[in-house]
Design a protein around this ligand. Sequence first.
Ligand code: HEC
Ligand code: HEC
Ligand code: HEC
Ligand code: HEC
Length: 443
Amino acid sequence: MLDSRAERDGLPTFIVDAGDLFWKASSLPSQDLPQRELKAELIVDAFAVHGVDAMTPGDGDLALGVETYRELTGGLPVLAGNLTCGEATWPLTRSVEKGGRTVGFIGVVSEKPKGCEVSAPADAVAAGVAELGEVDVVVLLSHGTASKDAEILHPDVDFVVNGHSRQSYNSPRDLGSAWHLGAGSRGKKLGIVELVFTEGATGWADDQRTVALQEDREKLVERLEVAVGQVADATTDIDKERFGTRVAYYEGEIGRVDEQLAEARSAGDSKLNSFQNQLVDLDAKHDGHAATDALVEATLTAISGLEAPDVASSPPEGPFLGSETCRSCHTAQYDQWKSTRHASAYDTLAKDKRHLDADCVSCHTTGYGMGGPSHPSQVGQFKNVGCESCHGPGEEHLGDAEHKKIMNPPAKAVCTGCHDGDRDGGRFVYEDYVLKVQHTAPE
Ligand code: HEC
Ligand code: HEC
Ligand code: HEC
Ligand code: HEC
């Protein structure tokens, strides 16, 4: 998938996943299951191409059903020593040797999947360390709330990869005896950690830590200066106190970072192994990988061939009406809307064969999952980001003698429901964007 530096240099590469790989939440609408299974098969096939060394199931993965999960991952190194789902259990650890170094993996689940039992994760981690014995690096794959990972640690664990919380850490968190890694959600980023061994060393130092901490410090100093200014400008006692609390907070944070900087600098002298972490955006910047692209193509074709599930083929009646209904009375607004990208948002998906993809339709159609369509096969007149995406459903407006009862102007929060800072490429700036959708040019 990715031409990482490690691969380029021919260094041994270990690939892991810490769960919620196939689906993100512990429940899954049944009409989405067939599509979700096809995507899970795609991921499994891609792992067969690229290899995977250890993985842990998430509550989201098991939302596909325990049997389905087991069938999908039959040939894969799933670890989950403290998880029991009916008859199903999984190993706790696995050691993998490549290029003369042995990495020991432990898989532990703290977030309880539906219909499964989870036993004390901290005990499982300790048992895992004992089971692994002598290895060069111990990596814990943890599927649970990231903020609780520190509580389940054992001193011999070197790295913790969290798969449940959706945080992405550019600079890994210091958990005391281990480093915390997270690469965010929706497969948007790949976390790559390069390990450099020092003979005779134990423990790990983050090569970029000093730089990262200095960046943190600069940001804090900027915010402190703003807060100091706010105290100076404050006209009421309440404001003085409020901004004063901010000043104290930033001073405290700067002190904390200074301590960590001093620690990081002195650690530079002692004998530690070192690592560098990077998060790589898995976006269109990367050249395709022919074998993976072929798998994706085949999956999209399979999705278009899926039989429509047991939902009505036309969307439910009301409260959404569709943009054509508004056109008769609001021709000017309609014509202006037609000239915006909203009016072709569905075609954008269709061009790439993504219009039947349940992960895409909601923001490229109108009223999806909010009383309008609830499956890609029933979007009907709700293709594209129509009038009611911004103004809300029109049923009451039409029934209202005074033609009120409709949102005007739409709240900013309506926009950010779709322009969410993530799937929109992070380009949204309300003040600029709203100028392009207003129906009359500002005077
Ligand atoms: C039968 C004619 C008719 C239809 C159909 C209609 N409207 Fe209206 N709409 C009106 C009239 C009349 C007004 C009030 C006069 C005005 O301010 O233009 C109005 C006002 C509005 C306003 C401003 C409301 C306010 O309180 O400021 C919005 C927004 C609006 N319509 C959106 C829509 C949308 C979206 C649709 C389609 C779902 C729609 N309208 C369908 C006749 C209609
Ligand atoms: C239902 C989801 C949804 C809502 C709500 C929504 N948008 Fe959009 N918006 C989109 C999509 C999807 C696109 C991209 C369409 C395409 O290119 O195919 C887009 C594109 C745009 C563009 C074009 C960007 C460009 O550079 O040409 C602007 C401007 C915009 N939206 C502004 C807004 C504003 C302002 C609001 C709120 C008042 C809003 N949108 C509400 C989904 C939405
Ligand atoms: C959470 C809402 C949301 C979802 C889900 C979503 N999109 Fe979009 N998409 C947007 C918005 C908003 C824009 C407009 C971004 C802009 O130009 O500022 C957009 C723009 C686009 C564009 C225009 C080019 C670009 O990158 O801006 C394409 C292509 C696209 N989306 C494809 C997809 C596909 C494929 C999926 C499913 C994998 C998807 N979208 C899911 C909100 C969404
Ligand atoms: C991307 C969001 C968005 C979409 C989609 C949208 N509008 Fe609007 N609409 C606005 C905003 C913002 C305003 C308030 C600013 C303005 O007056 O243009 C508005 C105002 C209005 C008004 C009040 C009168 C006016 O022109 O100011 C009417 C009527 C209206 N829209 C109808 C429609 C109709 C009909 C459609 C579909 C053809 C539509 N809108 C699609 C954002 C949207």
